[in-house]
Design a protein. Structure first.
Length: 434
């Protein structure tokens, strides 16, 4: 699976192996290096094969660069969303329920709901219709779409219902096509924009599952735009603008844009007209058609898969998705698949690590904790908490019979933005201490 026709070989004594390189003649040329870990690994994640030992290491030109990298690595461990997810009580995964299936706890569920509410509001402003599709459908649909041949290894096995085979959906696009086809559409009806926060299921090998970042059941912030060929540039442009707006809103100002191999000239034009820097991705396989991938950069400079915008000429042809043109004849629509966050699970993982769990105030599951110094202050504390709740704040009251310093320390560890302390002085003056 080489990108070109050149093959490079590495030789160490009697050991010879293929190696992409680059190579050095001697380890003397490596000025600063460190072996970081040893772990078991399966060939290409296939747990049916024998386990191999993988040795991880890093190398840099100078000791300073190595030390800087190791410091970032240490910080990344502190920010690991799996660790913080447990400490902040955001989510959990349970082997007894099945690997890669996320359970959102109240605090994590609050953050997710805030993201989803904002997502829906911004889509409605831009002319999208919010839709919902079933979690299962007949396997014949996926055979007709080509997914069964192309993606079968990533789909769950069929289930038999009334002597008919069904599968849980790996994506939302087919349901949107079926809804489009319920009526005869005119060129005047286009574009039509269907948006869905749709939960999909893909079989990932257990060896590659990773917290929220790689799961088997996830919610895709999907939309499919049915448009005429002359509307492609405008619709893709608006999708790119929406993606950038969403990323900036959540605090991601840096990102990398990749354009797939054999890019449609319309996509190239969009990025050039927006004066956006991009790279050509030579290794990206294309099922639907040409696409734009946006990889967002977090606080540690790491790249995460984010928005995707893809022009599809394939599915409209397979499912005979048409509109009546101004000439009275049928014409095939162009379908634009796009996400602006990716999946809710992966985006949440990225948010947690980007902010080290200390979400911006508007996203914090608990924005204010009210702490009474003594039990006699509780009535006033609850009065303050209720007033804050009525104003739309998310408030927690710490009624425990613990020392105030301990309560404050725990609020800090839970990364609650504001702490209000109430004692005799505050109660008598109808005030609070922030």
């Amino acid at each position: 699976e080489l990108a070109d026709d050149k093959v490079s070989i590495y030789r160490q004594g009697s050991f010879v192996d293929l190696c992409r390189g680059p190579h050095v003649d001697s380890t003397d040329e490596v000025k600063a290096f460190k072996l970081t870990s040893i772990a078991g690994a399966y060939w290409r994640g296939d747990e049916k094969r024998p386990m191999l030992q993988r040795v991880y290491g890093v190398a840099f030109d100078t000791e300073t660069e190595l030390e800087s990298y190791l410091a970032r690595l240490e910080e990344a461990v502190k920010r690991d969303h799996r660790k913080l997810g447990k400490e902040l009580d955001l989510f959990s995964l349970h082997e007894e329920a099945g690997p890669g299936l996320v359970h959102w706890h109240p605090k994590g569920g609050t953050v997710r709901q805030l993201i989803e509410d904002f997502w829906r509001e911004e889509h409605r402003k831009r002319g999208y219709d919010i839709v919902f599709t079933p979690h299962i459908s007949k396997v014949d649909l996926w055979k007709a779409s080509g997914h069964w041949d192309f993606y079968r290894d990533s789909m769950y096995s069929p289930m038999q219902i009334d002597e008919v085979e069904y599968v849980v959906k790996p994506m939302n696009c087919i349901g949107h096509i079926l809804m489009y086809k319920t009526q005869l559409r005119s060129y005047r009806n286009l574009p039509m924009r269907f948006a869905e926060l749709g939960t999909v299921y893909r079989y990932e090998r257990s060896g590659v599952l990773h917290g929220l970042a790689r799961v088997r059941g996830f919610t895709q912030d999907d939309a499919h735009i049915f448009c005429r060929p002359d509307q492609i540039v405008y619709e893709v442009t608006q999708a790119v603008k929406l993606s950038r707006f969403m990323l900036r809103t959540f605090g991601f100002d840096e990102y990398q844009i990749m354009l797939s191999t054999r890019p449609e000239k319309a996509l190239r034009k969009v990025l050039e007209d927006l004066h956006v820097d991009y790279e050509i991705d030579p290794g990206e396989g294309v099922f639907y058609g040409p696409k734009i991938d946006v990889k967002l950069k977090d606080a540690l400079g790491r790249l995460w898969q984010g928005p995707t915008i893809q022009v599809d000429f394939n599915l409209p042809q397979r499912f005979d998705v048409n509109y009546i043109g101004d000439d009275g004849a049928e014409h095939q629509v162009v379908m634009v698949h796009r996400t602006v966050l990716g999946s809710m699970e992966r985006f949440m993982a990225c948010l947690v690590e980007h902010y080290a769990g200390a979400f911006p105030v508007w996203l914090s599951p608990v924005q204010v904790v009210v702490i009474p110094i003594a039990d006699r202050h509780l009535d006033y504390v609850n009065q303050v908490a209720n007033q804050l709740r009525e104003s739309g704040m998310r408030v927690q009251v710490d009624e425990r019979s613990e020392r105030m310093n301990l309560k404050i320390r725990e609020a800090q560890l839970n990364k609650i933005p504001y702490m209000l302390v109430i004692g005799d002085k505050e109660m008598s003056s109808s005030s609070v201490s922030l």
